[in-house]
Design a binder for this molecule. Structure first.
Ligand code: NAD
Length: 498
């Protein structure tokens, strides 16, 4: 059965009138699932007007009532978790337990948003001058837009949607055209949770709708997550059009293994962080920096054994579950294979070759791949591969490892594995990266903290969710008020000037 994925506007699924569409595939089998419609610029503007019309009443709804919609939404997400995770696996390819993990991380942002009455309290000062009080209000910005990547079709939208809605905004989601179906499930669950029609809408499409949303005068704020070149372009265009923009980009995350680290613990951590979701995570570890040749030799030997034993195959219907699924599409698989060849051509040592891996299914599989002796001038070191390819770089000493990370153009996540508190403390202070792990391989901040990198991994001053998310989706207004005393008593004598 072929599916047609369309828009969700003003409380209903609405087919686009566009003549353009994109094919959808099951990455584990290579079979065509159906199509997603690529809406027109005019349809994007129509959605903006729907969202604009619905926003005023939603803003006037007390924060406590908005929070209750989020409570109900959380419950519905939990009740539908298994189906939603299955849908993620069918379109994205990641294994089912990993899809459930993605959903959990998204759910936590919904939980955070349930506390919105507290988060919107603002500040209040009595007597800033004699008999003058001052207080701040955090008011919604209006119509917000989210443009999201393929690799987390539920979690990344949930980084944005609950915070934005709870703050009193309306929201338009433009999901990735590679796995757009989950967005429609989120829309239906929000409706069931009691969200008024028009407050949340989904518009499917590509550059045409994104450009229209960035140009619409009625869009106030844009949250983007995706690759760095697109993030940079969206930030520039949205800002030039007077919008508030947060645009999160790509990554190259290094994990430093010190000579004193618990090596087995580090190897186990690296395996999940490098190969989970086939490396298609912006917080995946793609570079292991071994400090000293002895550490590197021991690390590579242990990793080789584990990478060769990785269970790679479909993410559904296999017991025990595979550890790693396919890549998202055939072009992406081909790109990853080209990167592996470039590593070989530029002189890295290919320890485990995942090309031509037989996963027992005709999908877009690349097996776990391990390189040793990778150097900083190689393409596989400099660029984000977004596949199951781990590069081991040998650092002369700790400072060499730190300098290498600080000089890299990306600054999303990093980690250090060591038993030495002083080294760990120095690392957290010196490293120029937004999210840092100490003996934790994927340091993704919890929902009540904020997520975001440094350098060319983010454009815009505010991170997503946590307090930064609330600041991004609200405008502060500060009131300074003096109330005249007025007349306290009636006077019965003839009034005279006093
Ligand atoms: P992508 O940049 O190709 O697409 C992201 C979104 O932008 C999609 O909705 C897509 O339709 C849209 N888009 C694509 N080209 C566009 C264009 N020319 N104009 C306007 N919109 C356009 O990214 P992807 O391949 O879907 O996702 C993978 C990338 O996302 C990786 O680089 C990964 O590191 C990054 N990512 C970053 C984070 C983070 O938090 N920093 C999180 C997840 C993914």
């Amino acid at each position: 059965m072929s599916i047609l994925v369309s828009n969700f506007i003003n409380g209903s699924v609405v087919e686009s009138k566009s003549s353009r569409s994109a094919d959808l595939y099951n990455p584990a089998t290579g079979e065509r699932r159906g199509q997603v419609q690529l809406s027109t610029a005019q349809e994007a503007e129509e959605v903006v007007q729907v969202a604009k019309n619905a926003q005023a009443a939603w803003q006037a709804t007390p924060p406590l009532q908005r929070a209750r919609v989020m409570f109900k939404f959380k419950q519905l997400l939990e009740e539908n978790a298994d189906d939603l995770a299955t849908l993620i696996t069918e379109e994205h390819g990641k294994v089912h337990s990993d899809a459930l993990g993605e959903l959990t991380r998204g759910l936590e942002v919904v939980e955070f948003s349930c506390g919105i009455p507290h988060l919107l309290k603002g500040e209040h000062s009595l007597n800033v001058g004699r008999e003058i009080d001052s207080y701040s209000m955090m008011q919604p910005v209006g119509v917000c837009v989210g443009i999201t990547p393929f690799n987390f079709p539920v979690m990344v939208p949930l980084w944005m949607i609950p915070v934005s809605l709870a703050c009193g905004n309306s929201f338009i989601l433009k999901p990735s055209e590679k796995d757009p179906s989950a967005a429609l499930v989120l829309a239906k669950l929000l409706q069931q949770a009691g969200l008024p029609d028009g407050v949340f809408n989904v518009v499917q499409g590509d550059k045409e709708v994104v450009d229209a949303l960035l140009e619409s005068p009625d869009v106030a704020a844009v949250s983007f997550v995706g690759s760095t070149p697109i993030a940079e372009a969206i930030y520039a265009k949205g800002s030039a059009n007077g919008k508030r923009v947060q645009a999160l980009g790509g990554a190259k995350n290094h994990l430093v293994v010190m000579p004193d680290a618990d090596l087995d613990g580090a190897v186990n951590a690296i395996m999940g962080a490098a190969y989970g979701a086939a490396g298609e995570r912006c917080m995946a570890i793609s570079v292991a920096v071994a400090v000293g040749d002895d550490t590197a030799d021991r690390l590579v030997a242990k990793l080789k054994e584990k990478v060769e034993a990785l269970r790679v195959g479909p993410g559904l219907g296999v017991t025990p579950e595979n550890e790693m699924g396919p890549l998202v599409s055939e072009p992406h698989k081909n790109k990853v294979v080209e990167y592996i060849q470039s590593g070989v051509d530029q002189g890295a040592k290919l320890v485990v070759d995942g090309r031509n891996y037989d996963a027992g299914s005709p999908g877009y599989f690349v097996g776990g791949t391990l390189f040793d002796n990778v150097t900083e001038d190689m393409t596989i070191y400099k660029e984000e591969i977004f596949g199951p390819v781990l590069s081991v770089v040998r650092a002369d000493d700790y400072q060499h490892a730190v300098n290498m990370i600080n000089e890299h153009e990306f600054g999303n996540g990093t980690a250090i594995f060591t038993r030495d508190g002083d080294t760990a403390r120095n690392f957290t202070e010196q490293i120029e990266i937004g999210m840092v792990g100490v003996n934790v391989p994927i340091p993704v901040p919890m929902a009540f903290h904020s997520f975001g990198g440094w350098k060319r991994s983010i454009f815009g001053p505010l991170n997503v969710h946590g307090n930064d998310g609330v600041r991004f989706y609200t405008r502060m207004k500060t009131v300074t008020a003096r109330w005249p005393k007025g007349q306290r008593e009636s006077e019965f004598v003839m009034p005279t000037m006093k």
